[in-house]
Design a protein around this ligand. Structure first.
Ligand code: C2O
Ligand code: CU
Length: 477
């Protein structure tokens, strides 16, 4: 497990609301939302043993000297209050990926807030409306800041969590390291125009790991978060048959993974329930084979200790998690939009509009811009007119069309959407998500209620694609 913030640094207190309890009457006070979890995060340079024994330590950028940053844990309905201090030599912000919070707390530079300058502190404060597995990361110079290690898990506990023996958290990352275990330089245009900055060292919770110790017969809840710059993980749990109970923090009808790999594009999360059905002292491998058999590798092994198997004591099918308070989109009345993604290498894009003028691909590339959405390339995202606007509380359907040679994990801020169709077919379980992996040549339809006012980023979470133009703004009026 990742080291957690201890209760000494996680101070719980009652908010000073300025309203006398007697004036409101005790019955109208929601005690849960009166509790705040206060945390301090400092982003700064640090050195960690990423590769491990026999290798040099790695210079990183880290929250509170750890990679991943501290696990933030709170309960659904509580407030989170995080004072972020910038100890870097460049501006930063923190974005709370997947949380439905006011736009001023969303951490997008200029759209939400001015960037936090070196030496300054900005305090984020918001209510945790949804339970689930989320994460946090900067939204400035994202490829480098996230890629050097600035990210952490944010876990919002349900009032009634499912019964398990143990909970595990795997923050999955992928690093490009040289022989000295140092992080390779950023800003490579080949990465930006192809699959992003794929690395050569996959880590779990900030270390290359061989084994995850388990006990035979135990039931584990495994929370997975993909914080890599570019790598999609496609995990095959050999010998085990996990239940999927939540995707991107949002509960989904519990279903078995079966023969399928668990596909986690960048930014995506999954909550699994796994019964450790192997024998004491046996092992069970987890293979990441997303990029095909030639590139498949063993991510980790579950390693059973010698304790006798625990007797079965759980129902086979886990109880579904209670849904979060998300508005249900009305498909019949929804306004329809279409976003076509173009550009990159081998995509055939010849040019696009930027700054009110058509530019050739070569001219765009000269300005570090390689991708377009509906033929438009943003210059400075916060100055652009929104790609689409939505009336508050209206239902929206967006058709996402991939005309590039690469897959793209597309992330919407401030909302969760239902994935309703993929290439014209109904998506199984139609999960609520905040990030959807749009495959090569694929068309996906997502539906949501635009109920959070503000200007929200919608972008590819391959950070090198985002940085080279695959982003836009959706405004909810
Ligand atoms: Cu996880 Cu716009 O980000
Ligand atoms: Cu992309």
């Amino acid at each position: 497990m990742v080291e957690q913030l201890s209760t000494t640094s996680t101070r719980r207190r009652f908010l000073q609301t300025g309203v006398a309890v007697s004036a409101l009457g005790a019955a109208s006070i929601d005690m849960r939302s009166a509790v705040a979890v206060e945390i301090e995060l400092t982003a700064a340079e640090a050195t960690i043993p990423l590769v491990g024994e026999g290798h040099p330590a790695t210079d990183v950028w880290a929250f509170n000297d750890r990679v991943p940053g501290p696990v933030i844990r709170a309960r659904q309905g509580e407030r989170l209050n995080v004072a972020v201090t910038n100890g870097l030599s460049e501006p930063t912000t923190v974005h709370w990926h997947g949380l439905r919070i006011p736009v001023g707390m969303d951490g997008v530079p200029h759209l939400s807030q001015p960037p936090i300058k070196p030496g300054e502190t900005f305090t984020y404060d918001f209510e945790l409306k949804d339970a689930g597995t989320y994460w946090y990361h900067p939204h400035v110079n994202s490829s480098e800041q996230v890629g050097r290690g600035l990210h952490g898990a944010l876990i919002v506990e349900e009032a009634n969590p499912p019964e398990v023996d143990r909970e595990l958290l795997w923050v999955l990352d992928d690093w490009r390291l040289d022989q000295e275990a140092a992080i390779a330089p950023f800003g490579n245009m080949h990465d930006a125009s192809h699959n992003g900055r794929l690395g050569n060292s996959a880590t779990i919770n900030g270390a290359i790991r061989d084994v995850e110790p388990v006990r035979a017969g135990e039931r584990v809840r495994l929370r997975l978060i993909n914080v890599a710059n570019a790598r999609t993980f496609g995990l095959a749990f050999r010998d085990l048959d996990p239940w999927v109970i939540a995707l991107d923090g949002q509960p989904v009808e519990p279903h078995r993974l079966g023969e399928q790999a668990l596909t986690l594009g960048v930014g995506m999360r999954a909550d699994l329930i796994i019964d450790m059905v192997g024998k004491p002292e046996s092992e069970s491998v987890v293979i990441d084979g997303h990029y095909g058999a030639n590139f498949a590798y063993e991510l980790i092994r579950f390693s059973y200790d010698d304790a006798p198997s625990l007797p079965p004591r759980f129902d086979d099918r886990p109880v579904a998690l209670l849904p979060n308070p998300l508005a249900e989109p009305d498909i019949a009345s929804a306004k329809r939009h279409r976003l076509v993604f173009e550009g990159g290498a081998m995509g055939g894009m010849t040019g696009a509009m930027m700054g009110g003028r058509r530019m050739s691909m070569r001219e765009l590339a000269g300005k570090g811009r390689l991708w377009a959405i509906n033929g438009m390339v943003p210059e400075e995202i916060y100055r652009e007119p929104p790609m689409l606007t939505a009336a508050r509380d209206s239902s929206q359907i967006i058709e996402l069309v991939n005309r590039t040679a690469f897959e793209h994990p597309l992330h919407l801020h401030g909302h969760s959407f239902r994935v309703i169709k993929r290439d014209g077919r109904d998506e199984p379980y139609q999960p609520f998500r905040d990030t959807v992996l749009l495959g090569v040549d694929e068309t996906i339809e997502v539906a949501f209620v635009a109920d959070n006012p503000g200007k929200w980023m919608f972008h590819c979470h391959v950070l090198e694609h985002q940085g080279s133009g695959m982003m836009g703004v959706i405004e909810v009026l």
